[in-house]
Design a protein around this ligand. Structure first.
Ligand SMILES: NC(=O)c1ccc[n+]([C@@H]2O[C@H](COP(=O)([O-])OP(=O)(O)OC[C@H]3O[C@@H](n4cnc5c(N)ncnc54)[C@H](OP(=O)(O)O)[C@@H]3O)[C@@H](O)[C@H]2O)c1
Length: 281
């Protein structure tokens, strides 16, 4: 990322890590496009961050990521209103038990909810914003995953048999790592990098409190680790990596299984409708 005042889209910027990251980036002069699902929370966050950082270049976009149609309109609006996008941070996510309290839920499109919000939405958003990112290169995609990763059972991706929220969350987070590795390969020499991370363990946010966990890492730990992937000059050419906070780390073995990644990509193209727009090979 070389632009003096980069434009950064942060999903899930109305709370927790995304909001704190948006404040940090806005404070450094970046044009931060805040995303969230609730108009009132968005307007409140916008006012709060303007007062806190003095930034006059914040933007706000509302889209519920549990709807693929809303993901599409988010991408279309950002592309229509901005000539460049230097960084896409896929941060929005839902935890193990909020919402649903442990019961399986479905997205607007009939997909298992955690898979849809935490993985399919970033999958589609990254693909739809790819042309803008490529034309803005050098640019970056940063995916906020987790150390909580579980392999995808391709016989039951939608967890219709024996649902549990931890499995749902962890498979969605591994899928996001797999997406990151695929994007890095595909983007190759375009000047757009793709990396992902575990931002911190049990930071004090609503998903952690809802799961009844005692906070461990500070929010600042996650902000520092995520902001580093967004801005650090030494990472300009680093792509296709998974970081545990500040250190490069190994993800779950399935992330390095090329056949599993191919199956996930094919499935995701079909589920998001992208397959219909791709040329037959
Ligand atoms: N907290 C941790 O210790 C921890 C550890 C590892 C990874 N992470 C990851 O860090 C990221 C941020 O989590 P957090 O801890 O900051 O959680 P959080 O405080 O619950 O914030 C989540 C954000 O995502 C938004 N969001 C949720 N569902 C959405 C939907 N359907 N459409 C659009 N936006 C939606 C929320 O919007 P609302 O404000 O409207 O709720 C909020 O802005 C997540 O990807 C999480 O998995 C967190």
């Amino acid at each position: 990322m070389t632009a003096d005042a980069p434009t950064v889209l942060v999903t899930g910027a109305t709370d927790g890590l995304g909001k704190a990251l948006a404040a940090e980036l806005a404070g450094t002069g970046a044009t931060v496009l805040l995303h969230g699902r609730d108009q009132e929370r968005g307007e409140r966050t916008l006012a709060e961050l303007r007062a806190q950082t003095g930034s006059e270049t914040l933007g706000w976009y509302r889209a519920d990521l549990s709807s693929l149609a809303e993901v599409e309109s988010l991408a279309a609006q950002v592309a229509a209103e901005h000539e460049r996008l230097d960084v896409l941070v896929n941060n929005a996510g839902i935890g193990t038990n909020l919402p649903g309290d442990g019961q399986r839920m479905q997205s607007a499109d009939g997909h298992e909810l955690r898979f849809a919000v935490n993985y399919l939405a970033p999958f589609l958003l990254a693909r739809l914003l790819q042309p803008l990112l490529v034309s803005s290169a050098p640019a970056r995609i940063v995916n906020v995953s987790s150390a909580g990763q579980a392999p995808i059972d391709f016989g039951d991706v939608m967890l219709e048999r024996g649902y549990n929220g931890v499995q749902a969350y962890c498979q969605s987070k591994l899928a996001l790592v797999m997406l990151t590795f695929d994007l890095a390969e595909e983007l190759g020499e375009t000047g757009v990098t793709a990396n992902c991370l575990h931002p911190g363990t049990y930071m004090p946010t609503k998903m952690v409190f809802a799961a009844g966990m005692t906070p461990h890492d500070s929010l600042e730990t996650g902000v520092r680790a995520t902001a580093r992937l967004v801005t650090a000059p030494e990472l300009a050419d680093v792509s296709g990596r998974y970081f545990n906070r500040l250190a490069e780390a190994r993800a779950h073995p399935q992330a390095y299984d090329a056949e599993a990644r191919r199956r996930l990509q094919e499935l995701s193209e079909h589920l998001t409708g992208l397959a219909a727009t791709l040329p037959d090979l």
